[in-house]
Design a protein around this ligand. Sequence first.
Ligand SMILES: [Zn+2]
Ligand SMILES: [Zn+2]
Length: 312
Amino acid sequence: MTTTVPCPNCDRALDVLLGETVCSVCVSDLRRLLEGVASERVPAPLVTVRTADGSLVQRRAIDGGRLVPGLAMALEAAIRGELRHGTSVRSGSVVDARLPLVATAVYQRDELVRTLASAAAAVASARGLDRPERRLVPLAAWWLQHLAGLQYRDDGPALVQQMSTALRSARAVLEHRLDRRVFRGRCDAVTESGEACGGALYVVPPAATVTCPLCGTEYPADERRLALLRAARASLVTATEAARALQGLGVAVEPATIRKWVQRDLLHPRAHTPAPGNKPLYRLGDVEQLVRRAAVPAALRHAAIRPRSPGA
Ligand SMILES: [Zn+2]
Ligand SMILES: [Zn+2]
């Protein structure tokens, strides 16, 4: 008598004799997602060109190829505000329209790093391996080397699911550039199995509510926006990234202003990007506080110079 044990993640039959805990299809799906993290250099094709004397020669473009951006590079571009979900909202302010993508990209990148790193830590300590650096590209490279054993671990199904979900969510941030939807986080309604629903919430501004496509729970859109902001406040970002993200709070701040605060010893970096970049990273919430503090005296000065004229 043979019994079939289904893969907990996709219901395909597991190879029980091998001791599989999660199926090879789920693992190879994860492999493909991980392969999309690093950027890839595609060699330039040979082109035929006519020289000054009229003869034809074959050559390659001087830069030797074209860079196809991976997930990590595309997320960084989104964080710098270079990618958007589409045209800015006509009725709302452009400033406000820009924020959700930046905050979402920061949030998704941090979530992805956290998920890949904690899964790597679990496997590394069990197998006596060195842990990878906590950055997307090295994390993905580490996992591509160590995926094989995952299929036989008790926590294999959970780790495969968590990493695949985090990778897909991060990609989702970049994949809706042509429509007007903006991401409002994940549904946190609790399902019958006791787990969070996790449906991706998208809203078309200026709609006031956003409905989960999986379970139908309705949320006030602005509440979700503020929740995303709160999540982003803990993020470590460069001065440029901080300026971009804070524009959505309606308080514009230039990267140069942030650097000035650093020179005046008002703001301190919490970390640095890895060498050779060594860029200082600031907590978004720290910067936000300074922006708000700086805005108060300016507003008071403004009020003193031009008091509200009565009745006119
Ligand atoms: Zn499976
Ligand atoms: Zn839901």
